[in-house]
Design a protein. Sequence first.
Length: 381
Amino acid sequence: MSDLRLGVIGLGNIGQQHIKHIQSGAVQHCVITALASRGESPLATQINATHFNDYRELIDSGLCDAVLIATPTMSHLEMGLYALQKGLHVLMEKPLGLSIAQGQALLAATGAEQVFALMLNQRVAPVFAKMKSVMDAGTLGELQRTHWTMTNWFRPEVYFQVSDWRATWRGEGGGLLLNQCIHNIDIFQWLTGMPIAVQGFCGFGKYHNIEVEDEATAYFEYENGATGIFVGSTGEAPGVNRLDIVGDKGMLSFDGDRLLLTENSPSTSQYNSETKDMFGQPSNQQVDITPSESVNQHAIVINNFVQAILQQEPLIAPAIQGIDSLAIANGILWSAWSGQRITFPLDGLGYQAALDEKLEHSGLRKKSDIKTNIDMEASYR
C-alpha cells in the first residue's frame, strides 16, 4: 500500500500537534510532504518536507494527495474551497466555518471521489463512544430530558492576547461556542439528535476583554417534547463537566470522570400509569460502565482519514456531520442577539446576514508578544 502524501496548512499549536502524531508513527501509511505557514519554519527541514508561505502554492505543487487545514476559522472557507476545487482530499480542523452558509458552500464544492472529513475527535473518546452505543441500542427508551453543564473550559486572558484572531467575530465567528464547546455541542447532538428549536442566552466579554461570547446557556426543544439545557463557560474555575441524558427507561450520567447507567423497572411511563403507590417510583439498578481504556483521539481521526482515502474506510466524522453542531452554535448566538426562539433547520442566509453585521464592525487584534507556557494536553477536556 502506498503512503498518502499529506500537506499541513497552518503550523500553530494544533497543527504542530497533528504533525507530532504523524511523525511519531501513531498514524500509519501517511507521509508529510509539504507544510504551509506565513513565516519560515525549521520544522520543514527537520521532517524533510517542502515549505510554502502561500497555501495555494502547496496545493498547486503536486506534492500532496490531501491537506490537513489547521488554520484560524476565518480562513477555512477560502482554503477549503481552493483545495477541494483542485481535487485534493481535505481534513479540516473544527469548526467547518464561521457559519452554516460557509459549511454548505464547502460541501457543495466536494467532488464525488473526494474525502472531506472534520476533526471531531471526541467522537472516539471511549466514554462518548460507550454512551453512543447505549443510546443506539435504545436502552434509555424515549428521550425526556438532557442537561450538559460544561464550564471547565477556563481560559485566562493571555490565551486571547497572544492571538490576533481568537475571540473576534472577524477571526472566529464567535468564541466559546465556535472554539471550545463545538466539540461538546457535536457530541450532544450526536447522542440525542438535533433539537427543533433553541433559546440562547450569552455573556459577551463577560469575563475577558473580548467581543464575543465567553458564557452561554441554551434551552433546547425536541420533536417528541423532550427538553434540554446546555451551559458553557471559559470564565469559570475549576468548572463543571456534568452530562445527564434521561429517558423513559433510565438515564446516563457522566461527571467528567465516571459514567453511570441507571435502568428503571418497569419504565417510568408504565409505572406512572399502573401504580397504586401514591409516593412510589420504579425500582432501578445503577451500574458503573466507565470505560477503562484511553486513546489518542486525534491520531485515530487522522488514521481514519488516511484509510478512507486508501482503503475506502467509512469516515468517523465526515464534514457534512459538522453542519449540525455549527447550526446549533449559530442558533444559540442568533437567539442571544435577537432575544428570539430560533428553529431548526437554521435559516442559513438569515444567520449569515446577522453575522455579517457583527463582521462589519469587527477586526483582528494586535497580538501580544508575551512569552507563554504552552501545554497542549492541558487544553483538552
